[in-house]
Design a protein around this ligand. Structure first.
Ligand code: FE2
Length: 319
């Protein structure tokens, strides 16, 4: 079974080491969760931790409000100015969606389907976490992604998150998503060219390879990076990327009033945990995501999809 998947991925990726690493770590992770009798009730056991948290929410009376919030997907707008954006890309609109956890967020996915119909954009990017759990079957997540992807205008690019298995890649690509697995694609418009790169998950699997993804980008070319987690902001900025789009944090998902997260599940300055930010010359955006994980509840942190508009900053030349 693993050999068949490996052979498929080897053809897709043009190499065996990366696919072998990713699949190997996934198998170890599943064994940790399911395998050992004595640790079956470990805190990380998906089903027990879910029901404990859900019960706690029900006891506090916040559950039903949080569940309703989890389906209230907002459209956020983010205009970003760049000095070296080619003039042909001035006004280029990117639809950015993240963290679907599609098989456990039917309410949010239905709302998303309603919203998508009326949106206009030039390109769509997905920053990972299509599956609810971090292990196990992935068919239900793909089945719930299919009708959503059918509503999205092409081209669509995506990366994997820490909840995804690399075994989902052939199906996602068959649904029209060009997955960027430490890879890069040129995007052309009216003869001008920018570069879109994407890396595999850097949070848990740590099989991200920015150097490989950036290797085909010419010096001084305008470039964007998709990464599930923003935790690689330093590596991305110093590799010369102009924009980093990411998700993973869910903006905290359960926040104190004022959108103050209890946890971001990341090693990250808090200001990079949600929305627009900057680091040196690089612009960044962390989507709080479409779906919710662990429990389908959001408090003081509504789900979102984002329309980024790339704008060319006026360059004043010295007299
Ligand atoms: Fe997520």
């Amino acid at each position: 079974m693993i050999e068949t998947v490996l052979n498929k991925l080897e053809q897709r990726l043009g190499g065996r080491v990366y696919a072998r690493q990713r699949l190997g770590i996934e198998t170890d992770h599943e064994a940790q969760i399911f395998g050992q009798g004595l640790t079956f009730f470990h805190i990380e056991n998906w089903y027990s931790i879910h029901s404990v948290i859900r019960t706690l929410f029900k006891l506090t009376g916040l559950y039903w409000r949080g569940l309703a919030n989890a389906a209230r997907v907002q459209v956020r707008h983010n205009d970003i100015r760049f000095k070296r954006l080619p003039a042909e890309f001035d006004g280029f609109k990117l639809l950015h969606m993240s963290d679907f956890h599609a098989d456990m967020n039917d309410g949010a996915m239905r709302r998303l389907e309603e919203i998508l119909v009326g949106l206009s954009y030039d390109m769509c990017v997905l920053t990972g976490d299509y599956r609810g759990a971090t292990f196990g079957p992935f068919d239900a997540a793909l089945a719930r992604m299919r009708p959503v992807l059918a509503l999205i205008k092409r081209p669509v690019y995506g990366v994997l998150g820490n909840h995804d298995t690399i075994r989902m890649v052939p199906d996602l690509e068959a649904m029209g998503v060009r997955m960027l697995l430490n890879e890069c694609e040129p995007i052309t418009r009216a003869g001008a060219r920018i570069y879109l790169a994407g890396i595999d998950d850097a949070h848990y699997f740590r099989v991200d390879n920015i150097e490989k993804a950036a290797s085909a980008i010419p010096h001084q070319a305008f470039s964007l990076l998709l990464s599930h987690t923003p935790e690689i902001y330093r590596q991305a900025a110093h590799a010369g990327f102009d924009l980093l789009l990411s998700g993973h944090t869910h903006g905290g998902q359960i926040c104190l009033p004022g959108s103050i997260p209890l946890t971001l599940d990341s090693i990250l300055p808090r200001k990079f945990g949600a929305g627009a930010w900057r680091y040196h010359e690089m612009a960044g955006y962390t989507s709080v995501g479409v779906g919710s994980s662990i429990v389908t509840v959001r408090i003081n942190c509504l789900p979102e999809i984002t329309l980024h508009r790339l704008c060319r900053a006026e360059v004043t030349t010295a007299q």
